[in-house]
Design a protein around this ligand. Structure first.
Ligand code: SF4
Length: 338
């Protein structure tokens, strides 16, 4: 670990060279294809018992979608041509396994085929503790009821000192790791994320990325890595920290590509968080995926994101073409569809 840290510090001293190395690795691993997924976000509630200091979404409108409303959103997603619904929400005080299963059932009543990418490790932890069941048991039930993959959110920075300052009530690093590994063992793939640009140091970021690499070496269950810059508006952490600069965002993408080589092939540039133009630039610093069309986005918008909350497939394709790359639609698991 120490050696890698020192190597990364060397890379950070030569940032332009680092961006170039990352771009070369991207080309070697995935060529000039840039992927995107046609999907819909569904945030079924903003009510939450946690109080993460970076959260601008929690308890703002105090809404809970009915199962009928969820079904309507899935119907619209199917009509739009979505291959995936991404479902996450706040932590309702009494949310147990039955609640999450009812959400899966509501989706499956509308579509047997749509890929259900749902429930963060924090939500899975919450369901398990409220139902007095093990994570293994909960995940087996969710899988049987139609869960296809899990968003690797709630990772924030996987260093407990940082978590104590930013999200003290959230699951700890080791709990996140165990849930993700259990999912992978059960054949449920996940993404991996990192939310950076607040109290953490480069050392914390490197530790986080190396932990993701280590899990991937063991399980091969991550589909992609998604660096997410901290959005600072309307939350407590934002009173002290104003997030990363655009150049730092590009460097984080580049360091992620370099450190995760060759274990993780896909590095996503989130257009919602970065903005479309910076996401295009990130395609030259290690990223090879632009994420989803989303149809709606509530979490970044609440924290001040101004890039919009939906793109049509035509718009996302045009963004990729104008960046000089080859657009390809993918499914959640990175199978190419076009
Ligand atoms: S980030 Fe998630 S768990 Fe934390 S307060 Fe917001 S909604 Fe709740």
């Amino acid at each position: 670990m120490l050696m890698v840290m020192l190597e990364v510090y060397e890379l950070l001293k030569n940032p332009f060279e680092t961006l170039k190395i990352a771009d070369e690795l991207r080309k070697k691993v995935v060529g000039d294809v840039v992927t995107y997924v046609v999907n819909r976000n569904i945030n079924f509630t903003d009510i939450c018992i946690n109080d993460c200091k970076f959260c601008s979404f929690r308890n703002k409108r105090q809404y809970i979608l009915s199962f009928e409303e969820i079904k309507k959103k899935v119907e619209e997603a199917v009509e739009f041509g979505c291959t995936e619904v991404c479902i996450q929400g706040g932590l309702l005080p009494n949310a147990n396994v039955d609640l999450y299963v009812s959400i899966l059932e509501a989706v499956r009543e509308v579509s047997k085929r749509i890929h259900i990418h749902a429930f963060s490790p924090m939500e899975i932890y919450h369901a398990a503790r409220n139902s007095k069941m093990s994570v293994d048991e909960v995940l087996k039930i969710f899988k049987k009821e139609g869960l296809d993959s899990i968003p690797g959110t709630a990772a924030e920075i996987l260093v407990d000192d940082v978590r104590m300052k930013t999200c003290p009530k959230k699951l700890k690093t080791n709990e996140w790791v165990q849930i993700v590994k259990t999912a992978h063992k059960l054949g449920i793939p996940t993404t991996a994320t990192m939310m950076y640009g607040h109290v953490e140091s480069w050392k914390d970021r490197i530790e986080h990325i190396l932990l993701i690499k280590k899990i991937q070496q063991e399980t091969k269950g991550f589909t992609e890595f998604i660096p997410l810059p901290f959005m600072w508006r309307n939350n407590e952490l934002g009173e002290k920290f104003k997030g990363s600069s655009g150049f730092e965002d590009l460097l984080v993408i580049a360091i992620s590509r370099i450190l995760l080589y060759p274990e993780i092939k896909n590095i996503q540039a989130s257009w919602v968080k970065l903005g479309v133009k910076l996401a295009q630039a990130a395609l030259y610093t290690g990223a090879n995926d632009l994420g989803g069309t989303l149809m709606e986005e509530n979490i970044s918008k609440a924290a001040g994101a101004t890039s919009g909350e939906k793109l049509t497939p035509e718009e996302i394709k045009e963004i990729i073409v104008r960046a000089g790359r080859i657009p390809k639609q993918r499914d959640t698991l990175y199978n190419l569809l076009t």
